[in-house]
Every structure is written in structure tokens, then in C-alpha cells.
Design a protein around this ligand. Structure first.
Ligand SMILES: *Cc1c(COP(=O)(O)O)cnc(C)c1O
Length: 389
């Protein structure tokens, strides 16, 4: 058998060593507390599940959905964007349902990247931006996200020849893994930059609703000229605890939305209709479930920040997202520190180096574990003694 080069070229899975350690611990019967994955532990709200149950019994929903989704789902998405961000979208040309944002993100590269083309990709970042680029035959030009820049890419640091060549630019705020929030002024800058160099902007925004201390993260589409140059990916996964149902959306520039629809209609058959109907219920029904979730996450955030600070890690409470991004103590790499926490406390954190070169020196902790597990993790961290202290 001869696999395609794109498979051989996939970056090595950086969590192999950590996963081996977790498996070994569990095999010994140790109860491991994991701050690893960002996947809400709280169930999907009951009113959304009721709608899904009901819709699952209607035979029309057992058939292939349309690639571009139900018109009423596209309308519900446009309505939500208008209520939440004041952004006006044409449901027929500027909205596209996705089988989760990840699916659309991966496919968008096929719309813009030919072999040899360049994508501007944040480092550290969600791996799908660069893997999608790789699968389309393109190359990622990494934009470092640095603490001193508030984890925003420095567009002026991108060499002129790279900017001229680049076809697509990926950004993600509230950010995974750093928890950073971008303001509208930054999005204005991105839109102007994209216009100047004729680059398509893709803003990945699944965490806008998971925000703390009264913070209301903006949409990229609120920026001046954004609709001319870009789209935004959003998702029901994090806002409504629906990761397992696989439903999200791309919204924004009609040319980009149409290209994505054409790729998708050749490769997949859309979001199952019962799930689209449940998603309409999520977007148009009562929204107090989001506030309740956020209150849980905020309490967890505060407990965990306190525990990590006592341990000597430098960490700021994030204004949004499901993650803490903590600086590892002097003398450790990300992977070494993560290994130490597993070995000595049976606590799993994600080494920042797994998100890119510039993630080295940090670890990511997710807030999506039940309170009793989080409390157990916090106790174990409190009992830990770092060798160099
Ligand atoms: C969770 C996540 C997604 C994926 O969302 P789905 O709709 O579940 O596919 C996309 N981007 C980032 C940065 C995420 O953390």
C-alpha cells in the first residue's frame, strides 16, 4: 500500500507520550483528573433535546438534508447574529450551516489554497487551520501569538512578499488555547490589512458566548469592511453544550460562503435535519442556559487560577473561552511540566507546545470537567511540591 504524501506529512501527534502515561496510570487503577480536553461536561439543555426527540420521529427528517441547510435554520442563524452582534446577514447568501465549525474550517482551505499557496496561521493555534492548508497542498506562514502583544498577531511583522502571496488569514478570538479576547479595533485592522493585500479572512469564533466578568466579545463581522473580505465560523458546540451533535455555521462574505457551499455539496450531505431543528430551538429559545453555564465556568476558573498561582505558575484569569493558559515554572519545558503533573499528582494538562512552537513554555487547562473532579484536581495541585521551590 502506498499512502498519499499528505498523510506522511501530517505533523507528529504531540500528545503520544502524555497519552501513554495516562493509559499506564489508569491501568494501575489510579483515578486520573484530566484538564485536557475542551468539551463541555454539562448536558445539552432539556428544551433543545425535547425538540430533537420530537424532530427525530418525523420521517421527513430521516432523509438527506439539503447541503445548504433548512431555510428556517439559516434564518435563525441570521436572526441570532443580528440580536447578538447587530450584524445583518442575508440568510440565503451569507449563511451556511456546517457539520460543526471544524468541518467548515477544514473545507475552507480547499476554496482558497492551490498547491504552493500560502495561508497566514496563528501559532499557537487550533491545529485544523494548518492541517487544512497542508491537505490543500499549501504552506502555513506562522504568525506568532505573544504575551506582550496580548496574544494578537502582529500583522506588521509579516514580510511584504508573504503578505502579497498569502490568500487566506486565520484568526480565532476568544482564543484557544490562550483565552485572549480581541477588540473591534483589532478586527478593523485585520479587515483593512486583508483589503490591502487581497486576502480572505477566516475568523473562528466558537467562544464568543463563553465570556466572564461582563465581557462581550465582538464578532469580526462588526468591523468596518469585514463583509467584503471575510467570514466567521461559529458553533453551537460550546454555547449550548452540543459538541456531540455536530452543528455550526459559516457567515459573512457571499463569495466565500458560496465557494464553501460548492465544496461541501460535493463532499458531504449537510447537517441531519432533526439536529438543524434542535439548533433552531437553541438559537431562538430561552438563552438563560448560557448564563448558567458561564457562571459554572467562572467559578471553576477562579478556583483553578488560585490553585495554580499558589503553585507558582503565572496565569491571568481569562476574560473568555474554556481555557487557562499558564506559564510553566522556570526549568521545565511544557511537556516536562505536564509529565510531572501526571507522574506526581495524576493530573492531566495539555503542553502548550502541542499548539505550535510559540506555545512552548505554557500549559493549557480546560474548565470542562465536573466540579467534584475539578476540586479533586485542585487539592492534588495544592499538595504538590515543585522541586525547585
Ligand atoms: C471547539 C473548537 C472548534 C470546533 O467547533 P465544532 O463546531 O465543535 O466543530 C473550532 N475552533 C476552535 C478554536 C475550537 O476550540
Amino acid at each position: 500500500m502506498r499512502l498519499a504524501n499528505r498523510i506522511e506529512k501530517l505533523p507528529p501527534y504531540l500528545f503520544v507520550e502524555i497519552n501513554k502515561k495516562i493509559a499506564a496510570k489508569r491501568a494501575q487503577g489510579v483515578d486520573v483528573v484530566s484538564f485536557g480536553i475542551g468539551d463541555p461536561d454539562i448536558p445539552t439543555p432539556a428544551h433543545i433535546l425535547d425538540r430533537l426527540n420530537e424532530a427525530s420521529r418525523v420521517p421527513a427528517n430521516h432523509r438527506y438534508p439539503e447541503s445548504d441547510g433548512l431555510p428556517e435554520f439559516r434564518k435563525a442563524i441570521a436572526g441570532w447574529y443580528h440580536r447578538r452582534f447587530g450584524v445583518t446577514l442575508d440568510p440565503d447568501t451569507e449563511v451556511l450551516p456546517l457539520i460543526g465549525a471544524k468541518e467548515g474550517i477544514a473545507h475552507m482551505s480547499l476554496c482558497f489554497i492551490d498547491p504552493g499557496d500560502v495561508a497566514l496561521v496563528p501559532d499557537p493555534g487550533y491545529p485544523v487551520y494548518s492541517v487544512g492548508t497542508l491537505f490543500a497542498g499549501g504552506e502555513s506562514h506562522w504568525m506568532p501569538l505573544l504575551e506582550e502583544n496580548g496574544w494578537l498577531p502582529d500583522l506588521d511583522a509579516i514580510p511584504e512578499d508573504v503578505a502579497r502571496k498569502a490568500k487566506i488569514l486565520w484568526i480565532n478570538y476568544p482564543n484557544n488555547p490562550t483565552g485572549a479576547v480581541a477588540d473591534l479595533a483589532f478586527f478593523d485592522k485585520v479587515a483593512a490589512y486583508a483589503k490591502r493585500y487581497d486576502i480572505a479572512v477566516c475568523h473562528d469564533a466558537p467562544y464568543t458566548e463563553i465570556a466572564f466578568d461582563g465581557c462581550r466579545p465582538p464578532s469580526f463581522l462588526q468591523a468596518a469592511g469585514a463583509m467584503d473580505v471575510g467570514v466567521e465560523f461559529h458553533s453551537l458546540s460550546k454555547s449550548y453544550n452540543m459538541t456531540g451533535w455536530r452543528v455550526g455555521m459559516a457567515v459573512g462574505n457571499a463569495t466565500m460562503i458560496n465557494a464553501l457551499m460548492r465544496v461541501k455539496s460535493n463532499l458531504d450531505s449537510g447537517v441531519p435535519q432533526a439536529i438543524q431543528l434542535a439548533a433552531i430551538e437553541a438559537l431562538t429559545g430561552p438563552q438563560d442556559c448560557i448564563e448558567k453555564n458561564v457562571a459554572h465556568y467562572q467559578r471553576r476558573r477562579d478556583k483553578l487560577v488560585a490553585a495554580l498561582t499558589r503553585l507558582g505558575l503565572r496565569v491571568l484569569p481569562p476574560k473568555a473561552s474554556l481555557y487557562l493558559w499558564a506559564r510553566v515554572p522556570e526549568g521545565f519545558t511544557s511537556a516536562e511540566f505536564a509529565a510531572k503533573l501526571i507522574d506526581e499528582a495524576a493530573v492531566v494538562v495539555t503542553p502548550g507546545s502541542g499548539y505550535g512552537r510559540y506555545g512552548e513554555g505554557y500549559v493549557r487547562l480546560s474548565l470542562t470537567l465536573p466540579d467534584q473532579d475539578l476540586d479533586k484536581g485542585v487539592e492534588r495541585l495544592a499538595a504538590l511540591h515543585l522541586a525547585d521551590r
